[in-house]
Design a protein around this ligand. Structure first.
Ligand SMILES: N[C@@H](CCC(=O)N[C@@H](CS)C(=O)NCC(=O)O)C(=O)O
Length: 228
């Protein structure tokens, strides 16, 4: 198969690219990376200089790509969805890229740091207060942004929403969104109802029991309630 995604079904940045792949509908092979296995890690480091997932290999075009925003921009250019994930018009494109950065840097990063701290037993069972405060600050900005909007940037589902879905999904376990941030909560519901996102979350289900904050996941995401 021309496209190979080296990834893990639990990893939030892998979800971001999987969502984009399902939006485009392009066929690809998902190869599971087990960074806990020294041999697999050594092999992975040959294609991922910083050892970060996911990595997309496009044999047909002779390219190996890392960094999720770049991978999605590449997919948008060479394997486009019915609706582009990055608008063609420069100002609209800038807006999409801005909100992609907001979700990666101000939501993904603190949630990842909090989850890693729990994983390493530094803060169990409560996430670090610094991470919770950083997320709440981000939620305040997203709340202002999402008032009256359907998607994070532009009219359609975009790269920014690919970034938002996994970021908010895991951040919600570190600092719950509902009640305090109604526009963010409503946006989150639109995201998890999107078929590409719902598919990624269903595929992640068998692995969610390994998520360090699994007790904070809503039962519906574990397949124990109404489907996500
Ligand atoms: N900025 C990177 C972040 C990727 C990233 O942090 N991936 C995580 C999985 S969600 C990872 O590979 N972690 C493994 C590690 O840091 O050892 C991107 O957008 O691709």
């Amino acid at each position: 198969m021309a496209l190979i995604l080296h990834s893990h079904p639990l990893a939030s940045f892998c979800h971001k690219v999987l969502i984009a792949l399902y939006e485009t509908g392009v066929p690809f092979e998902a190869r599971l990376v087990d960074l806990g296995d020294p041999a697999a890690r050594a092999e992975f480091l040959k294609i991922s200089p910083w050892g970060k997932m996911p990595v997309l290999v496009d044999d047909a075009r002779g390219r190996t790509l890392f960094e999720t925003s770049i991978i999605i921009e590449y997919l948008d250019r060479h394997y486009p969805a019915a609706q582009p994930l990055l608008p063609v018009e420069a100002e609209a494109r800038l807006d999409v890229r801005l909100w992609d950065r907001v979700f990666d840097l101000y939501v993904q990063q603190p949630q990842q740091a909090a989850v890693v701290a729990v994983l390493k037993g530094r803060t169990e069972p409560e996430p670090e207060p610094e991470a919770v405060a950083a997320l709440d600050k981000a939620y305040q900005q997203i709340e202002l942004r999402m008032a009256g909007r359907t998607w994070a940037a532009g009219e359609g589902f975009s790269l920014a929403d690919c970034a938002a879905a996994p970021a908010l999904f895991y951040a919600n376990c570190v600092s719950p969104i509902a009640l305090r941030f109604p526009a963010v909560a409503a946006y989150f519901e639109r995201l998890v109802a999107r078929p590409s996102v719902a598919r990624v979350l269903v595929e992640a289900r068998p692995y969610l029991r390994f998520f360090p904050l699994k007790d904070r996941l809503e039962p519906r995401f574990l397949g124990e309630g109404p489907a996500a």
